[in-house]
Write a protein that binds this ligand. Structure first.
Ligand code: NIG
Ligand code: ZN
Length: 422
């Protein structure tokens, strides 16, 4: 049994607690449930109490001696950040392509010439499970040191059953050994592998008839994702794959309208996807359809920045009533970062989201995008004791002092797992 932990005197405790259930929209995205001079009591891996320091002093005076006291004076305290969209398990890296893009070759040109996702596909096929575990562990450690305690991860650098299963099994193993909670998504439909060039529908058949049943049968994934993009999977193929996934109990997600407008937002709304990703080129009608269907927009401003593209119109989406989540998209090609704090900063700078909206998008709404809102994403009694202390005095400063990691310490299931030096 570990000692209870009492984090007290926080300059601001952003609880993200709310009476309303479900993903936050419009003005609710700005309600952070702030408590000044706040306290949170962690015990047995969960949150036992949240309130002002005065309230907790009254309630726990008899037990104060048995708790480890953490003085959070002058600090901001938030829930552990949630990253709802990553491709964290992959072999190799693609820094040469970064140079090529800066010299003028486009992301899709590189991919169509056999690089991009195909290059990582080859390197991931070649990597052993042990190598993937070692590389992914390093990335997860970096996430943790940026205050991220829950990470969604996709397969999709295999595109054959063996490698897709290898990626998903790596996630399953890391879920048991790494402090971060990993939430697995099957994304066999990330690209059409070269051996199926010209026979794309045959690859869709393979995904539906051979891969999905095994992935679902072994319970290796909760979500099913598709790269619905011109030159990758059409809306019709995407719909087939996602409907088939639903049949196996996998919840649909869609990489939609990233490079070109392609009806991805509309499709996400039509099939009831839990979230649609990217949306840089989503149509206004598509955004409105998502607001109606309750599909969460998972926006990836670091990807837009890294690809030197205009970011998605997060401001418009929130104003239209779409619940917005944000994510790193951590992957070797279009966004190699593991910094959710940077992503929050970019949400403000590039998408005109407010500092409060950015924090909601990186915590509670991000948890909703991966169906984890019952256990993470806010500081509420009974939830996992995933808490971050930030070396800033309020949530505005967290977004304003941009590009810096303000993490002071990270608590996962009530245990301190990272602490900044000094
Ligand atoms: N756009 C498709 N998939 C990833 C990129 C993967 C890669 O380039 O390796 C994304 O979400 O950005
Ligand atoms: Zn992605």
């Amino acid at each position: 049994m570990t000692m209870p932990v009492w984090i007290k005197h926080a300059a601001q405790l952003a609880t993200l607690a709310s009476e309303n259930e479900g993903p936050r929209t419009k003005a609710d995205m700005s309600d952070l449930g702030i408590i000044e001079n706040g306290s949170v009591w962690l015990e047995d891996g969960v949150i036992k109490a949240v309130g002002t320091t005065k309230e907790l002093e009254q309630r726990f005076s008899a037990r104060a001696k048995v708790a480890e006291m953490i003085d959070a004076s002058g600090l901001l305290v938030t829930p552990g950040l949630v990253d709802p969209h990553t491709h964290v398990v992959y072999g190799g890296s693609r820094e040469k392509e970064f140079e090529m893009r800066l010299e003028g070759t486009s992301y899709m040109e590189i991919m169509n010439a056999g690089g991009g996702i195909h290059a990582t596909n080859r390197m991931t096929r070649e990597a052993t499970e042990e190598e993937l575990i070692e590389q992914t562990t390093r990335r997860l450690n970096s996430f943790l040191s940026h205050g991220v305690t829950t990470v969604e991860g996709k397969s999709g650098y295999g595109m054959d059953l063996e490698t897709e299963l290898k990626q998903l099994r790596v996630m399953k193993k890391l879920q048991q050994t790494h402090p971060i909670d990993l939430v697995p998504t099957f994304m066999g439909a990330h690209a059409v592998p070269p051996e199926y060039k010209g026979r794309e529908d045959k690859f869709v058949d393979l995904l539906i008839e051979e891969m999905l049943p095994v992935v679902a049968g072994e319970k290796l994934a909760e979500f099913n994702d598709v790269f619905c993009e011109k030159g990758v999977f059409t809306p019709e193929q995407s719909k087939r794959i996602l409907e088939a996934g639903k049949h196996y109990g996998l919840i649909p997600k869609i990489h939609a309208d990233e490079i070109e407008p392609y009806g991805g937002a509309e499709l996400a709304a039509e099939i009831g996807a839990i979230s649609a990703e990217h949306l840089l080129k989503a149509s206004e009608e598509g955004v409105r359809a998502m607001a109606k269907s309750g599909t969460i927009a998972c926006l990836l401003p670091a990807t837009a920045l890294f690809l030197r593209e205009k970011a998605a119109n997060g401001r418009f989406m929130i104003d239209e009533g779409v619940a917005v989540a944000i994510s790193t998209d951590a992957n070797p090609g279009s966004s190699p970062t593991t910094s959710m704090p940077l992503v929050m900063n970019l949400a403000c700078i590039l998408m005109r989201m407010t500092p409060a909206e950015a924090l909601t998008a990186a915590t509670y709404n991000a948890a909703c995008a991966i169906n984890r809102q019952e256990c993470v994403g806010s500081l509420e009694v009974g939830k996992q004791a995933d808490v971050v202390l930030w070396d800033v005095k309020n949530y505005q400063e967290l977004q304003y002092l941009f590009g810096v990691n303000h993490m002071k310490s990270v608590w996962k299931n009530g245990v301190q797992v990272v602490r900044a030096d000094g």
